[in-house]
Design a protein around this ligand. Structure first.
Ligand code: PMP
Length: 427
């Protein structure tokens, strides 16, 4: 049994000693003390089905024994900086990771986070092209350091930083966007941004294959292939931010960009990569990687032996437990059940996503698409009371984000939908 401090005591300390800007979703904040695969346990030993943990890093499930073993064994042996010496764990994971990517994408730079990975990717694009202009999508999230906060395009996450050389193109959002599902029309906006906002040459384009923080927004079909062509024509590099979509979550494919039939010049990774261990990566081609040899570049802890040992274990678990296949089967089933609920509740405006990266958008009026923000928060709270944790996102805070660990089962999917159904019925 848990003998540590309880929620009220932690909350008091948190209010006094921790950043005042932290999230607090639930009326009664949850003190999670244990995790096992798709479950979390609170201070009283109560079990919760974690349908959001996938995005909060856990890809194989909380405390997966193989990942723990890899971390513990490497920690007992050696933990050190990534730089200076050779170490097998780092090289082996880099090789294994590169083998999962197509074509010339085989040079790996490790970081500690998604923000760092995207900062590096943006800088490399700028160095390689000798241009400064970057294009990102409205409603995107790419991180919170100087460059990535510029690329991020939601005021909710932007402080008053200088928006140096970043252009935000129209979001190809099939639900709220003005061109519906016509990817080609949105793609034209990127050409316009280049023609009217730059010299005609750009450093690059960055986007999430499915927007996560932005509310599980799938890009309109045909958008990405058209934009990649446009950007390449303007001399730019295409960066896929796979921080949320990557690592088998899509089900049908291992990477999000593959679902669009494109191959990026640079791919950035984090979150699921280490199953909860701080790790991020940039993968690119040998030619682009060359730009970092012009100066000294290093990252003290990015890809250290312990984190890369975890990363390698994650790749092995995904394969061994057929987690990509599971994401496909369970994700397809879950999306179907969620979609069926639309017949019952007017408040569900949209159900979308792929694999185990799904979104349910609540609106008070289906025609006007008025965000049902308070209702979303209420249902989320009710679901937690019944033992199911889902996430929340979208610019208006009215989208449930369902991104469980990839070991999620059909029975878990049923429980989640039944609990959501019951909460909606009680509104
Ligand atoms: N890219 C995407 C798509 C993300 O969702 C996030 C985090 N939400 C980041 C980058 C930044 O990652 P981190 O918080 O690890 O810096």
């Amino acid at each position: 049994p848990y003998t540590g401090p309880f929620a009220s005591e932690i909350l008091r300390k948190r209010k006094e000693y921790l950043s005042p800007s932290m999230f607090m979703f639930y009326k009664q904040p949850l003190n999670v003390v244990d995790g096992r695969m798709q479950y979390l346990f609170d201070e009283n030993g109560r079990r919760y089905l974690d349908a959001f943990g996938g995005i909060a890093t856990v890809c194989c499930g909380h405390c997966h024994p193989d990942v723990i073993d890899a971390i513990v064994n490497q920690t007992k042996r050696l933990q050190h900086s990534t730089i200076l010496y050779l170490n097998a764990a780092i090289a082996e994971f880099a090789e294994a990771l590169a083998s999962k990517l197509p074509g010339e994408l085989k040079v790996v730079f490790f970081t500690n986070s998604g923000t760092e990975a995207n900062e590096l990717a943006l800088m490399m694009a700028r160095l390689y092209t000798r241009c400064h202009d970057i294009i990102s999508l409205r409603n995107s999230y790419h991180g919170n350091a100087a460059g990535t906060m510029g690329a991020t395009a939601q005021c909710n996450y932007k402080f008053n930083v200088i928006q140096s050389g970043v252009h935000h193109a129209m979001n190809p959002d099939p639900y709220r966007g003005m061109f519906g599902s016509d990817g080609k029309k949105y793609a034209k906006d990127v050409q316009d941004v280049i023609d009217f906002g730059t010299s005609g040459h750009v450093a690059g384009f960055i986007c999430e294959p499915i927007q996560g923080v932005g509310g599980i927004i799938e890009l309109a079909p045909g958008y990405l292939p058209a934009v990649f062509k446009t950007v390449k024509k303007a001399g730019g590099l295409c960066i896929a931010d796979e921080v949320q979509a990557g690592f088998a979550r899509m089900g049908s494919h291992f990477w999000g960009f593959e679902t669009h039939g494109v191959v990026p010049d640079i791919v950035t990774l984090a979150k699921g990569i280490g199953n909860g261990i701080p790790l991020g990566a940039v993968v690119t081609t040998p030619e682009i990687a060359e730009v970092l040899t012009h100066r000294t570049y290093f990252n003290t802890f990015g890809g250290n032996p312990v984190c890369t040992a975890a990363g390698l274990a994650v790749l092995r678990v995904i394969e061994k437990e057929k987690l990509q296949e599971n994401a496909y089967v369970v994700g397809t089933y879950l999306k179907e059940r969620l979609t069926t609920m639309m017949d019952k509740y007017e408040i569900i405006g949209d159900v979308r996503g792929r694999g185990l990266m799904l979104g349910v958008e609540l609106v008070t009026d289906r025609r006007q698409k008025t965000p049902a923000k308070a209702e979303t928060l209420h249902v989320m709270d009710q679901m937690k009371e019944m033992g199911v944790l889902v996430g929340k996102g979208g610019f208006y805070g009215n989208v449930f984000r369902i991104t469980p660990p990839l070991c999620f089962t059909k029975e878990d999917a049923d429980f989640l939908v039944d609990v959501m159904d019951y909460s909606l019925s009680k509104m």
